[in-house]
Design a binder for this molecule. Structure first.
Ligand SMILES: NC(=O)c1ccc[n+]([C@@H]2O[C@H](COP(=O)([O-])OP(=O)(O)OC[C@H]3O[C@@H](n4cnc5c(N)ncnc54)[C@H](OP(=O)(O)O)[C@@H]3O)[C@@H](O)[C@H]2O)c1
Length: 217
């Protein structure tokens, strides 16, 4: 599959791109700035410029799948959280469906909740609203192909090495850690594991091999 990675220049997104290069799929890296191109060029990965605050239909065109690994980050204003993590994410879902992309894998978050009262409620609410749209968008866009979606909700992200072993599933309201390497491996593995379609699950570092953990969801 031709897979658009949104947030490809990010700490997780770049790991996703690298894993896609080593897979049977063909990544396309969506980046915001042409100066980010060289490290993708070096790996033979095509890039497309796109910003979630604006239409990205040109970026999604011709892609079979989308992996959403973008986010406004903790250093921007809360307005950007709404514009990127909530509205921008929904923009990408609509663009994917309209373009005929079949598969959509969302990097979400533990503790997302549309009524969150957490210290980062702007973020937890934004992620919950975007994911809720993905769950039901086929009901409001019946004339467009329904996306085969998967939502992966990690805990606090770390730069620990890949263990290939995770805990998938369980309560969305909890704490825990997820290595970006394990997360990237799971985001890519979901593309090839039909059991993950229509699943919205927690992902923490754990003891179960990734393929087994995903099959048992
Ligand atoms: N940090 C955690 O502990 C944690 C826990 C649970 C879930 N998450 C989720 O995981 C995501 C990925 O984490 P990470 O550490 O890999 O994040 P990251 O390194 O900050 O990467 C985020 C990426 O999003 C891109 N981006 C930001 N605004 C954009 C826009 N308007 N249009 C297109 N792309 C845009 C950034 O582009 P540039 O490279 O151009 O800046 C960057 O490449 C987070 O955004 C968050 O939603 C994080």
């Amino acid at each position: 599959m031709k897979v658009l990675v949104i947030g490809a220049n990010g700490n997780t997104g770049f790991r996703v791109v690298q894993r896609l290069v080593d897979s049977s799929h063909d990544p396309v890296a969506m980046i915001r700035d042409a100066s980010q191109r060289p490290r993708f060029d070096e790996r033979g990965v095509p890039t497309v410029l796109g910003d979630l605050e604006y239409p990205i239909d040109h970026a999604v065109a011709g892609c079979d799948a989308v992996v959403f690994a973008a986010g406004s980050g903790g250093k921007t204003g809360k307005d950007k959280t709404v514009l990127i993590d909530h509205i921008g994410a929904i923009r990408s879902m609509v663009a994917a469906s309209v373009a005929g992309a079949k598969r959509y894998v969302m990097l979400s978050s533990l503790n997302k909740d549309i009524r969150s009262d957490s210290k980062i409620r702007h973020y937890h609410r934004a992620k919950a609203h975007a994911d809720a749209f993905l769950h039901t968008m086929h009901e409001v866009m019946p004339d467009h192909p329904a996306l085969e979606w998967t939502i992966v909700c990690p805990g606090g992200l770390t730069d620990e090495p890949a263990t290939g072993r995770v805990l998938a599933g369980g309560d969305h309201a909890q704490s825990g850690q997820t290595s970006r390497e394990n997360l990237a491996a799971v985001l890519v593995a979901c593309l090839d594991e039909p059991t993950t379609i229509g699943k919205d699950f927690v992902l923490l570092d754990g003891e179960v091999p990734i393929s087994e953990a995903l099959r048992s969801l």
